[in-house]
Design a binder for this molecule. Structure first.
Ligand code: SAH
Length: 255
């Protein structure tokens, strides 16, 4: 497919510079993976409507760099280098076309990653892109967070559970915290509403066994919008009754 606005040499140098600003090293193989990811995303988008953003510069800032912005924070919190060397197990809930899970896996190849979404066509794309990028230790699962949170194969199993643009924080914590192992973290990507959403989710976080460790304003390279990364540590087991069924986390958020 011809991509008139995409100039690999210039653009990939920009991506590398953006990552450098975040303290994330990328080698030529990783840059080639981001290039292929971009090409596949745009091509599949023609049929599958995976993202509203297709211009390279926008994908680079709003998807790739935005997804990577949590990596230094998490590494720092865990006392790990960037990328972390431990094979941490990360679950990305509502990953859509793979954000933030796939950029994190490309930048931190030692991570074990589970990509999860409720929508079948996203799953088809994800399986294809994981194979094309040659990513190993990546599992793709179709499911809903509320259901996996009650499945013993998933509940309490993950060091890190990420989500971007999936739900309001008071709903999201009921999706994520049951899946986090004790001592692990929910890693949540939010925009300017984060401080207000935190106030509305305080009680839910407490009920679910979590504790807010960081509500960190972050700077996404080349992007002039406010972003936050929230690190919620799971201090206590989540009570058995959560997550609730029948869409209640969304219809009647805790709090
Ligand atoms: N995280 C991606 C996609 C955001 S769109 C990004 O930042 O670009 C929200 C995605 O979450 C959709 O793909 C939708 O299918 C999925 N989703 C929403 N609620 C969900 C739930 N309860 N369980 C699993 N997936 C969910």
């Amino acid at each position: 497919m011809v991509l008139p606005d995409f100039d690999p040499q210039t653009h990939l140098a920009e991506l590398q510079a953006g990552c450098q600003a975040l303290g994330i090293p990328l080698d030529t193989q990783q840059l080639a993976q981001f290039e292929l990811y971009y090409r596949e995303l745009v091509e599949w988008n023609e049929k599958f409507n995976l993202t509203a953003i297709t211009d390279y510069t926008d994908v680079q800032t709003k998807h790739f760099l935005d997804s990577l912005v949590a990596l230094p924070l998490v590494a720092n919190e865990l006392g790990e280098s960037i990328p972390p060397t431990r094979p941490l197990h990360l679950l990305d809930v509502g990953t859509g076309a793979g954000f933030p899970g796939i950029p994190l896996k490309i930048a931190a190849p030692r991570l074990k990653v589970t990509l999860m979404d409720g929508t079948g066509k996203k799953i088809i794309f994800l399986r294809e892109i994981v194979a094309k990028l040659g990513l190993t230790q990546v599992e793709v699962v179709q499911g809903r967070a509320e259901e996996l949170g009650n499945d013993p194969g998933y509940r309490g199993q993950f060091d890190l559970v990420t989500a971007r643009a999936v739900a309001a924080l008071n709903t999201l914590v009921e999706y994520l915290l049951p899946l986090v192992r004790r001592g692990g973290y929910a890693v949540i990507y939010k925009g300017a509403s984060a401080p207000q959403e935190f106030i509305e989710a305080r009680k839910a976080i407490d009920l679910l066994g979590g504790e807010m460790e960081r509500l960190a304003p972050v700077k996404v390279p080349f992007l002039d919008e406010q972003r936050y990364v929230l690190l919620i540590k799971k201090q206590k087991p989540t009570p058995e009754r959560f997550p609730r069924g029948q869409g209640l986390p969304r219809k009647k958020p805790l709090g």
